[in-house]
Write a protein of this length. Structure first.
Length: 129
């Protein structure tokens, strides 16, 4: 998918949810943490325990396909080696029943919007108290 198609996707999503402008890496990170009920430390921590590997793979794949980040950029954000990220993305594509990119982006937008709504709600509640 090229940048023009990506821009069209954003415009389509803005018709549904007008306040969506862009999804950031932090939104993807939050979505993966919420979906899999894991903490930030668990995702970032270097460990031999492989229970977090599928979650890291999914995060790397989503970042590469929706944000068009390079393996090097993702590696810096996830505190991993570039070759690890490349391997993770390939393995995710091979091992998972990969949804189409459009479906994946819609899922990400939906999760990111849900997270933003919760944050806005919490901030509003804190302002009224």
């Amino acid at each position: 998918m090229n940048r023009e198609e990506y821009q069209q996707e954003i415009e389509e999503m803005q018709k549904i949810k007008p306040n969506i402008k862009r999804v950031y890496f932090s939104d993807l990170f939050s979505a993966v943490m919420e979906i899999h009920d894991v903490t930030f430390e668990q995702l970032i921590h270097h460990t031999k325990n492989r229970t977090m590997s599928p979650h890291r793979r999914r995060l790397a794949w989503m970042a590469s396909k929706t944000l068009y980040l390079t393996a090097g950029q993702i590696a810096k954000l996830m505190n991993r080696d570039e070759s690890t990220i490349t391997h993770s993305v390939r393995k995710y594509e091979i091992c998972s029943k990969q949804p189409s990119e459009k479906e994946a982006r819609k899922e990400i937008y939906k999760l990111a919007e849900m997270i933003r709504d919760e944050i806005t709600k919490e901030l509003t509640e804190n302002d009224t108290n």
